[in-house]
Design a protein around this ligand. Sequence first.
Ligand code: NZQ
Ligand code: ZN
Length: 385
Amino acid sequence: MNNFRFHAYTDIRFGKDQINTLPKLLAPYGKKVLMVYGGGSIKKNGLFDKIMELLADFTVYELSGVEPNPKITSVREGVKLCKTHDIDVVLAVGGGSTIDASKVIAGGAAYDSDPWDLVTNPEKIGKVLPIVTVLTLAATGSEMNKNAVISNMETNEKLGTASHDFIPKASICDPTYLFTLPAKQTAAGTADIMSHVFEQYFQNEKRAFLTDRIAEGLLQTCINYCPIALDEPDNYEARANLMWASTLALNGLPCSGKGGAWTCHPIEHELSAYYDITHGVGLAIVTPRWFRYILNDETVGKFCEYGRNVWNITEPDAYKCANMAIDATEEFFTECGIPMTLTELGIDDSKFEIMAEKAVRFGGLANAYVPLTKEDVVSILKACL
Ligand code: NZQ
Ligand code: ZN
């Protein structure tokens, strides 16, 4: 097990009616709040009105319309608002896109030049305004982590950046907010949670026994509860388990004592950068193809461990067991209603070369669980058609 640091910085308020704690959570940072949200789901489900009522004693400025795969143009608007109104605290209300945009807005508030610099070069991130979030989609874990992923459609770049100061000070996670999620987002969000776990589970450090059991528990939670949430969107138990899984899957816990470059995320980020697709859908398509591509004598044992512990596969032959686990993963995504080919998303092979080159370069795939070259990534993408 490698050395690691795990320090939970975010005050998580989990459960029904936790929104009532919002004024207390914001108060230590000041009265001028920039509330950031997306395309209007929080207006339809009443959350917007509830927050406005609770924040009657605060001065609330708004940035609405943050897009899925948030664009740097929205971040620039938010930074402008922070500077014009001398904002004290950024309140993100939404999914990963809103939270990620809020993080870079909070960093851009004290930065003199274009906030895109903070995405391309995290070392330029200096002072960051405090961030508080109200989560409405279980997927990214952004509510308790230091990452932000921002897209620049002019340059076809979707890049991750990170800062310790991007970690939200507090996050309200009320599973009832997930009741209004469209089935597509429930399924894509679950695929994203599972992919975060896979990226950390399939790594070369073999002695992190406890960490791997935590990972398997998170995967079983997704496999058990996503179908229930799809059948019964207002099933509290299902939503609550998925919501907590999303937070834990990417807050540092399932990689404690492990480490290494990720694989499917850098590949998916290129798909989103060129085709603006839903992150979790891209991951669900790439994952089983990646699994099959890297299955070999060195990795078969890990796939078998995954099959036995997560899917309860008892097949004694290692390769058969591994293949059954990979098939089960693909079937699960299919049964959740996720389109499982790039062709279904209207994507052909015309940009595979450039996307593969960038995935290897930005994602450091030479240091992944199984190191991949540009040619390897092109082969994986072709298998996704
Ligand atoms: O914009 P609104 O109207 O709010 O609608 C959103 C959006 O259309 C809707 N939605 C959210 N909550 C809802 C709801 N609709 C009904 N009821 C609700 N309760 O869902 C749509 C998707 O929202 P989005 O925030 O884009 O989804 P998600 O949370 O999956 O975030 C995806 C983004 O996060 C990045 C992804 O790359 C992508 O850009 N990621 C961020 C990470 C991080 N910060 O650590 C890690 C991830 O791997 C990922 O890369
Ligand atoms: Zn992800």
